[in-house]
Design a protein around this ligand. Structure first.
Ligand code: PGA
Length: 261
């Protein structure tokens, strides 16, 4: 696992936006998997700035969603489809046609999950998957004890995740859905390059267990240790419980600049 410690969230956003820019330069129609939540917003801001300045031509880039609430009415501002349209598709000047995600309002949720996994494979697979991490160690909405081989499916949110996400629902936990569709851990591991960004002290324990703990379904993000090319970008606060922080700093400092993430 490649661990990169950056001074703050903005630096993490810039570094990852540069990795996305390099991918798009190499493969203009790359399939970019995006995550929601607060953490990835600096990535989207940095990438939108590169597009606005003409440094990046993202016009052929395709976007896919990591997870979605089940049961929110279509167009609900906190459905992850709405969030990705607002935070990614519009700022990058992309059309809705370049964006795919699971159907959280499908009558047959299981069929919608299977259809999404198939669609990702038919699209050629995800080139770069952005990830956040929950305080409980989840990636996507794969809560603790998710199968490490899981595919896209319905999951029940833990109380902790619903408490964490209540801030997007007027601080009212009652409004936070109980169920979600999420790419499975196996689905996420199919991406060619997963990049997890974690910022803030609240993520320090989950990051330490993900990076330095055993691979275990109780910390779903630890499954990234099984991927041959996974990157974890953390700010100083989120890195504060890493025993090997100095080693990670030295390793990244010694990496040739042209290598990127
Ligand atoms: P956050 O969410 O970025 O809003 O902290 C991360 C996650 O739950 O994966």
């Amino acid at each position: 696992m490649e661990v990169v410690i950056v001074p703050d969230a903005a630096a993490g956003g810039e570094l990852i936006a540069e990795a996305i820019a390099a991918l798009i330069a190499r493969k203009p129609d790359a399939l970019l998997g995006v995550a929601t939540g607060s953490t990835p917003l600096p990535i989207y801001r940095a990438l939108a700035a590169k597009v606005a300045s003409g440094a990046v031509d993202a016009s052929r880039t395709r976007i896919c969603q990591l997870d979605e609430y089940v049961g929110l009415p279509a167009g609900h501002p906190e459905s992850y489809r709405s969030v990705v349209l607002r935070e990614v598709i519009e700022p990058l000047g992309l059309s809705e046609a370049s964006f795919m995600g699971p159907d959280g309002s499908a009558e047959d949720v299981q069929a919608a999950c299977e259809a999404y996994d198939r669609a990702l494979a038919e699209a050629g697979g995800v080139d770069l998957q952005l990830l956040g991490i929950g305080t409980d160690g989840h990636i996507g909405f794969n809560e603790p004890c998710s199968s490490l081989a899981s595919r896209t499916r319905i999951k029940t949110l833990t109380e902790q995740t619903r408490v964490d996400n209540a801030r997007f629902f007027d601080d009212d936990i009652e409004q936070v859905p109980h169920h979600v569709i999420t790419q499975g851990i196996g689905t996420i591991l199919d991406a060619r390059h997963p990049i997890l960004l974690a910022t803030g002290e609240g993520k320090a324990e989950a990051v330490a267990q993900t990076v330095e703990g055993p691979v275990a379904s109780i910390v779903p993000a630890s499954a990234l240790q099984l991927h041959p090319h996974a990157t974890v970008v953390v700010d100083e606060a989120a890195a504060s419980k890493l025993k090997l922080a100095d080693y990670f700093r030295a390793t990244y400092a010694a990496k040739p600049g042209w290598q990127g993430l």
